[in-house]
Design a protein around this ligand. Structure first.
Ligand SMILES: Cc1cc2nc3c(=O)[nH]c(=O)nc-3n(C[C@H](O)[C@H](O)[C@H](O)COP(=O)(O)OP(=O)(O)OC[C@H]3O[C@@H](n4cnc5c(N)ncnc54)[C@H](O)[C@@H]3O)c2cc1C
Length: 366
């Protein structure tokens, strides 16, 4: 591990509230907190925590985390590394962005230059460094399709390592960073291989239909970006001041993948009209992915459900919203209620999408 840079104070602060740094707006304080703007400084901060045997948490834009009301007992490293560069390579362009760059402005930058590959991921909050963690995806596209390289610091050795996209273990909202290698890598930058002049990906039925209804027979990247943002806005899936649903982590649960027989069992449990329109997508041999939002609604929980400070978004059943003044405990209890209602009704286990900090979602009492 790199030794702390004595010439450059680490500027570690104490007892810093984390709720304002997260889109859900819940959680206590970080016992220690530091903002890092380059890889050397980040490595020094990590070494500082290691020397004191303190637990470490890496924070990006805070849009996919639920932080406990007790906060974090160690060091929270807020990654604010900046810089974007692009290199043309044999008809493609490799765009490298530092992990602290905001994601959506990067998408806008690439779309404006006519570089195809991430246009459907418009409007997603958060920073570049987190995109490989859960293989960020939306509207038929995910970053696994374009990630060329992820540059990291391996926190077990302190060494700088470069992982090819194929080494990241990407799957649906999943990667090695979220499973076997949780907490092992501090991502310093991500490189995406994009297609200059390429066509946009129009694979998602709702996106395709909306573009067609707008009279856009051959939509360009900007059309797709604008349409995706408009669709997301209708569901409160872009964060906007004044929106009553703005405090969330986006989708709280992943879409469950079931054996085909189990999916048919779910279909047999609902009204004929619902059975005929049940969203079901092939997900490998004999496997089917169902819609978590659809299951939640069929379990009797509709948009806006919930009294008090926590409830379902009024525009999307998959988002759990802090309506103001909620605690992490209230959010988690509400989410467990949703999970349990779906399980009681359909015997389908919903898995949460966000990362729980100093909290055990699955293990706790329901
Ligand atoms: C309104 C809304 C809509 C959303 N829509 C979508 C969507 O359509 N599709 C989708 O996939 N997600 C969506 N999300 C979830 C979220 O925006 C993404 O997961 C995003 O990539 C998280 O980025 P972040 O910088 O906020 O990460 P954070 O929430 O800060 O961190 C998330 C995880 O990544 C880790 N991490 C962050 N940065 C680094 C780094 N540099 N190195 C190592 N680990 C790191 C953290 O430790 C944590 O475990 C949505 C969220 C909201 C609030």
């Amino acid at each position: 591990m790199t030794a702390p840079d004595v010439d450059r104070p680490l500027a570690i602060q104490s007892d810093v509230p984390l709720a304002p740094l997260c889109t859900l707006g819940v959680g206590g304080a970080a016992r220690h907190y530091v903002v890092t703007r380059d890889a050397t400084h980040a490595a020094s901060a990590v070494a500082w925590a290691r020397e004191r045997s303190l637990p470490l948490f890496l924070l990006g834009g805070g849009s996919n985390v639920v932080i406990s009301d007790e906060g974090h007992p160690g060091l929270v490293v807020h990654l604010d590394l900046r810089g974007v560069s692009a290199v043309e390579e044999g008809g493609t362009v490799v765009v490298t962005a530092a992990s602290g760059e905001e994601w959506d402005p990067l998408v806008a930058h690439c779309v404006a230059r006519g570089w195809a590959g991430i246009e459907c991921l418009s409007g997603i909050p958060g920073r570049v460094g987190a995109t490989p963690i859960q293989n960020v995806g939306a509207y038929g596209q995910d970053v696994a399709e374009t990630v060329e390289r992820v540059d990291c610091i391996d926190l077990t050795t302190g060494a700088a390592v470069s992982l090819a996209g194929a080494e990241c273990g990407f799957a649906y909202r999943d990667s090695r960073f979220k499973r076997a290698d949780t907490g092992r890598f501090l991502i310093t930058s991500v490189s995406f291989r994009l297609r200059p002049g390429g066509s946009p990906a129009v694979r998602y039925a709702e996106l395709e239909r909306t573009l067609r209804e707008s009279g856009l027979a051959a939509p360009g990247l900007t059309d797709v970006r604008d349409t995706v943002i408009a669709l997301r806005r209708r569901k409160s899936m872009v964060i906007e001041r004044g929106d009553e649903n703005r405090r969330s982590v986006g989708s709280f649960f992943m879409n469950p993948t079931l054996a085909a027989d189990d999916a048919e069992r779910v279909r047999a449990q609902v009204e004929a009209r619902d059975a005929a329109t049940m969203p079901a997508f092939p997900a490998g041999p004999d496997r089917v992915k169902l819609s978590a939002a659809w299951l939640i609604e069929r379990a009797g929980l509709t948009r806006g459900h919930g009294e008090g400070a926590v409830g379902l978004s009024t525009r999307h059943t998959l988002a759990i919203v802090n309506r103001g003044g909620a605690t992490a405990r209230q959010v988690v209890e509400f989410a467990r209620m949703v999970r349990d209602r779906v399980h009681d009704r359909f015997r389908v286990a919903l898995r949460p999408e966000p990362v729980f900090v100093n909290l055990d979602f699955e293990g706790g009492p329901s």
